[in-house]
Design a binder for this molecule. Structure first.
Ligand SMILES: Cc1cc2nc3c(=O)[nH]c(=O)nc-3n(C[C@H](O)[C@H](O)[C@H](O)COP(=O)(O)O)c2cc1C
Length: 187
């Protein structure tokens, strides 16, 4: 798939068929993630690949954070079903100590964001779907997966063949609202 087409047509996918995903495709997705740029090329990312249905089900139950979702009127994380449904779940973790922190900016999140976008675009390019799931009970997921204290869980990515076909992306702000010329606010 051509690069701009992939960027423009990628959508968050939250429903998946039970069709299996080849290990080779998962390897290609992870390989795309690891090619991302990172702070001093330190590559703070680590990825856990989960196929076990029981673990996926348990993790899907850990994606409701009441303090975040209740005020929005959500009773479940919209990605909950998809996590149990997709045959593979990638848990994206970071070692913040393997990245930079400068003037209050924690670059491990930047490193991870770039790697995760590579991951999502690679999945899309292979005809697979995924969604960045960023709301979950981190402590319980760390306990379940034996993740050490000094590691942060940044995102969950169910990977599978899409059951839903999405065309138009949710509305994006127009360029003239987000791009300034020469100085902040100058259009
Ligand atoms: C950091 C981050 C966290 C997210 N967390 C969730 C989540 O917990 N559950 C969910 O259903 N979608 C989640 N999303 C997906 C966004 O809702 C989605 O990307 C956005 O609505 C735009 O839709 P699109 O990806 O189809 O373009 C998250 C996305 C990002 C980047």
């Amino acid at each position: 798939m051509e690069l701009f087409e992939a960027i423009k047509t990628r959508r968050s996918i939250r429903r998946f068929s039970d069709r299996d995903v080849d290990d080779e495709k998962i390897r290609m997705i992870l390989d795309a993630a690891r090619m991302a740029p990172s702070w001093a090329n330190l590559q703070c990312w680590r990825f856990i690949v989960i196929k076990d249905i029981q673990k996926r089900q348990t993790i899907s139950e850990l994606t409701y954070v009441e303090s975040f979702f209740a005020p929005l009127g959500y009773k479940v994380n919209p990605a909950k079903k998809g996590i149990a449904e997709a045959p593979v779940l990638i848990v994206a973790c970071a070692l913040p100590s393997d990245s930079g922190s400068l003037w209050g900016q924690n670059y491990y999140l930047t490193d991870m964001g770039i790697a995760c976008q590579n991951l999502m675009l690679a999945a899309h390019g292979l005809g697979l779907g995924t969604v960045f799931v960023g709301v979950f009970d981190e402590e319980q997921i760390k306990e379940l997966l034996s993740i050490p204290e000094n590691v942060r869980v940044v995102g969950l990515f169910p990977i599978g063949y899409p059951l839903e076909e999405k065309k138009e992306p949710p509305k994006r702000k127009p360029l003239d609202e987000i791009v300034f010329n020469e100085n902040w606010g100058s259009v």
